[in-house]
Every structure is written in structure tokens, then in C-alpha cells.
Ligand binder design. Structure first.
Ligand code: ADP
Length: 188
């Protein structure tokens, strides 16, 4: 977990590959579908471009399907999901059906001004349609309203691991891996 620009996608890819598990990014799946022009992509595009969340029913159904694929069987790292309390409830049900509870929830913490800077920089290099300044601000608001409350939910469950997300990619990666050893079966 972490606000837009915290580095979730960057870290998720490397951490998952180090742990030998699948990285599942809802944002990437939506963008792929949007590029393909699939029905799901058409549904998601407008919300993404406005900086709003795609409706829970659409997102939940997509994640349920993805978690059922073979490569998710040894384990998985969810990037960008859950983001709402309704998604937490739905995920609890999915994990119960799979018999595979969460080991840890990593929160990447980064200062607000640094976040905007990173996203504006990414806008210049990656050409994402949701990286304009007004949409970036909207995404921060939506995160604060809908996703920040999830920090408490997972903290109460004893799953939350806070990681300082400032500094370069390798430094943050080292912190994430160091914070995970037992919970995620790191080094098993
Ligand atoms: P960021 O974390 O930088 O906001 P993502 O690539 O994770 O970027 O997500 C981009 C967009 O995809 C979000 O703004 C939202 O519209 C949509 N999205 C991704 N994950 C979810 C989710 N779990 N629920 C609803 N919408 C989502």
C-alpha cells in the first residue's frame, strides 16, 4: 500500500521476483485492457483518466479471476489492491476460498511534496494519461479518502509493516526485504 507515487509498482515487481511469487498490479491490468480496447478496458479508462477508482464490482471480479490463475498458486504480491473497505471484505472472502491468508501488508511512506514531484517526473517519461497535475491531485485526494483508512484496518490485524519509501529504489528495496523476512517466508 501507499499513495500514488510511493513506488508500489517499482518495488512490487522486484520484491515479487526475489520471493519467487507473482506480482499482480490492478493498475497495470487496467492499462493493458485499455490499450487492447477490451470491454474491461473501456469500462476502466474513464475512471482512470479522471483519477477516480474503478468501481469495486469490476475490480473485485478481475482480481478474483487473476488469483485463480496457476502462477498465483505459490504466492502473490498484490500491488494497488485492496484500495477500499469493500475491496478488503471481498479480498478476505477470496483468500478464505483459496486457503491462503495474507502474510504482511507493506505500507510505503513518502512525504506529500515528494510524491507530486515524482509523479510529474513520471508524466514526462512514461506518458500515462492520469499523470497530469490536476489528476495527480485528485488521485491523492481519493487515496486519502478511500484508501488511507485501510492502514488502520491492517494495523489492527497485526499485518502492517511500515517502510520508509524515500531514497533511491535500491535503498527502499533493501528496507522492504529486511522488513519481511519471517512473515513472507523470505529466504525459505
Ligand atoms: P497509482 O498507484 O500511481 O495511482 P496505479 O497504476 O496503481 O497507479 O492505478 C492507476 C489507476 O487504476 C487508479 O487511479 C484507478 O483508477 C485504477 N485502479 C487501480 N487499482 C484499483 C483498485 N484496487 N480499485 C479501483 N481502481 C483501481
Amino acid at each position: 500500500m501507499g499513495p500514488p507515487g510511493a513506488g508500489k509498482g517499482t518495488q512490487a515487481e522486484v520484491v515479487a521476483s526475489r520471493l519467487g511469487i507473482a506480482a499482480i498490479s490492478t493498475g497495470d491490468i487496467f492499462r493493458r485492457h485499455a490499450d487492447l480496447g477490451s470491454e474491461l478496458g473501456r469500462q476502466a479508462q474513464g475512471y482512470m483518466d479522471a483519477g477516480d477508482y474503478v468501481p469495486d464490482e469490476v475490480t473485485n471480479a478481475m482480481v478474483r479471476e487473476r488469483l485463480g490463475e496457476d502462477d498465483a498458486r505459490p504466492g502473490f504480491l498484490l500491488d494497488g489492491y485492496p484500495r477500499t473497505t469493500a475491496q478488503v471484505d471481498e479480498l478476505d472472502g477470496m483468500l478464505c476460498d483459496l486457503g491462503s491468508p495474507l502474510d504482511a501488508v507493506v505500507l510505503l511512506e513518502v512525504d506529500g511534496e515528494e510524491l507530486i514531484d515524482r509523479l510529474l517526473k513520471r508524466a514526462r517519461t512514461e506518458n500515462r494519461t492520469d499523470d497530469t497535475e490536476s489528476v495527480i491531485r485528485r488521485r491523492q485526494e481519493v487515496f486519502a479518502e478511500q484508501t488511507e483508512p485501510l492502514v488502520d484496518v491492517y494495523e489492527r490485524r497485526g499485518l502492517l509493516v511500515r517502510v520508509d519509501g524515500e531514497g533511491d529504489v535500491d535503498e527502499v528495496l533493501a528496507r522492504v526485504l529486511a522488513a519481511l523476512p519471517e512473515r513472507a517466508g523470505n529466504g525459505r
